[in-house]
Each structure stands twice: as C-alpha cells, then as structure tokens.
Design a binder for this molecule. Structure first.
Ligand code: ATP
Length: 235
C-alpha cells in the first residue's frame, strides 16, 4: 500500500528552480533514502513534503495516504502522521532529556509510551536528567529523533541524521532508526550524504543529481556497484 507519493515535483527558491520533476513512491513499512551530492536538492525535496520553511512549489503533487499535502497547512501535516527531524536538531536546551521527550508526547493525542524511547536509544536512559544544552551532538540527535517518534508518526522524515557524528554514535543512531522501523513499523524516508549510513538503514535509495532523479537502487545493488557510487555520489 502506497503511503507517500510524489509526482512531477518541481520546486525552488527566489534564486531559482532547484527540483525539476521528482517522482517517488514509498510504501508502508519501507526504509528509503535520498542520496546525492551537495546541493542536489535532497533537503528541498524533504522540505517540500513537510511544508517546512517551504520552498516555492512550481508544479507537481505530493500525497500522503491519498491526502494532498500541498493543500494542507504546515501545522496540520504532523497530525496526519508525518514526523520530521530537520538537519538542525530540535531540542529545548534548558529542559532535560526526559522533559524534552515528555513535552513532545503531550503535544499529540495518541503518543507512544515515553519509556520506549529509552529502549530505542539506550544511551538516553543514562542521561535522562541532563539538560539538552549539555549533550553531545549525537545525544541531541537521538533526542530529536525520540521527540519525533514519541508523537507516533506513520512516516518519519530525517534530514542527515548521521551528519557530523562520531562513528560509534552513528552506529547507535542507525540501530535506533532501524529498530523504529522493524519494531514499530514506522516508514522511514531519510536524506544522507553518508552513503554507508544510508545503506545501513535503508533498503532502497533514490539518487538525485541537480534536481533530477537519475536512479533508483536497492542497497544490495548500491553495495556491489562501485562505479555507480562513484558516478553519482563520488564515493
Ligand atoms: P546539502 O547536503 O548541501 O543540504 P541538498 O541536496 O540537500 O544538499 P538542497 O539543500 O536542497 O540540497 O539545496 C539545493 C539548492 O537549493 C542549492 O543550490 C542551494 O543553494 C539552494 N537552496 C537551498 N535552500 C535555499 C534557500 N532557503 N534559499 C535559496 N536557495 C536555497
């Protein structure tokens, strides 16, 4: 069953068009990544979907369970079941880890149990009473993901969740996201520069180049095809 459908999406900013016709279909329960070099338009695609700091939509359609997202006010998009973890992590600096998660849980009608967040990210359990401002970048990232997850989304959109994190933390974030998908059935669409992290989390990948989708591959294919990685991603 298709959860998210993007058809012929064209979008941009005052400075010019960035996306030139993006088509994506994501089914319930999938883990999908959007890969591409710097400036390819990955963040613009994800922002178009969630209506955040909206790029200007020029053409195309985006539907979630058949609901037209482009006709939906930004503040209602979360209520439809979309959770968004932007590149810049979102925590309240003067609240503790547990309070940050609690505030996110109380902002929705049907949250997941807050205690579950500490199972997905065991490191957070050890620092639950620490203020968010005193956390490392990786710990803040886990809090941001936990805050989005506790709101019980059907689809989580994550923008570069592993960006700038130490390798041991990257593995914890990868593991947490994978378990969210496997154990909670949450569908995942992530943007990554870190191809290894994208392959560790997602089963399928769309490759973007200068605002066009140029390929769609499985993790198995991406893993074995070095030429493909070199051509589109430079890795
Ligand atoms: P990155 O990893 O660098 O974020 P990306 O693939 O996510 O790359 P986007 O952030 O979507 O790419 O940017 C695509 C293009 O749109 C770039 O040329 C960028 O400079 C431009 N752009 C992004 N945000 C804005 C904005 N708010 N106003 C004007 N131009 C923007």
């Amino acid at each position: 069953m298709t959860l998210l459908s993007v058809d012929g999406l064209e979008a941009g900013y005052e400075t010019g068009q960035v996306l030139f016709g993006i088509d994506m279909e994501i089914s319930e329960g999938e883990t999908v990544s959007l890969l591409g070099r710097n400036g390819a338009g990955k963040t613009t695609t994800i922002r178009s979907i969630v209506g955040a700091e909206t790029p200007r939509i020029i053409d195309g359609s985006i539907t979630f369970r058949g609901t037209d997202l482009l006709a939906c006010p930004t503040h209602e998009i979360a209520d439809l079941g979309l959770g968004y973890v932007p590149e810049e992590r979102r925590c309240f600096p003067r609240l503790t880890v547990a309070e940050n998660i609690h505030v996110a849980a109380t902002s929705v009608d049907d949250p997941l149990p807050e205690s579950e967040m500490f199972e997905f990210f065991p490191e957070l359990d050890q620092i639950r009473d620490r203020d968010a401002k005193n956390l490392s970048g990786g710990q803040q990232q886990m809090v941001s993901i936990a805050r989005a997850l506790v709101a019980n989304p059907e689809l989580m959109l994550l923008d570069e969740p592993c960006e700038g994190l130490a390798p041991t933390i990257v593995r914890q974030v990868e593991e947490g996201i994978r378990r969210i998908n496997e154990e909670r059935g949450v569908t995942v669409l992530m943007v990554e520069q870190n191809v290894a992290a994208a392959m560790a989390i997602a089963d399928r990948h769309y490759i973007l180049e200068e605002g066009d989708l140029v390929n769609e591959v499985t993790t198995a294919r991406l893993r074995e095809d070095e030429d493909l990685r070199q051509e589109y991603l430079g890795v």
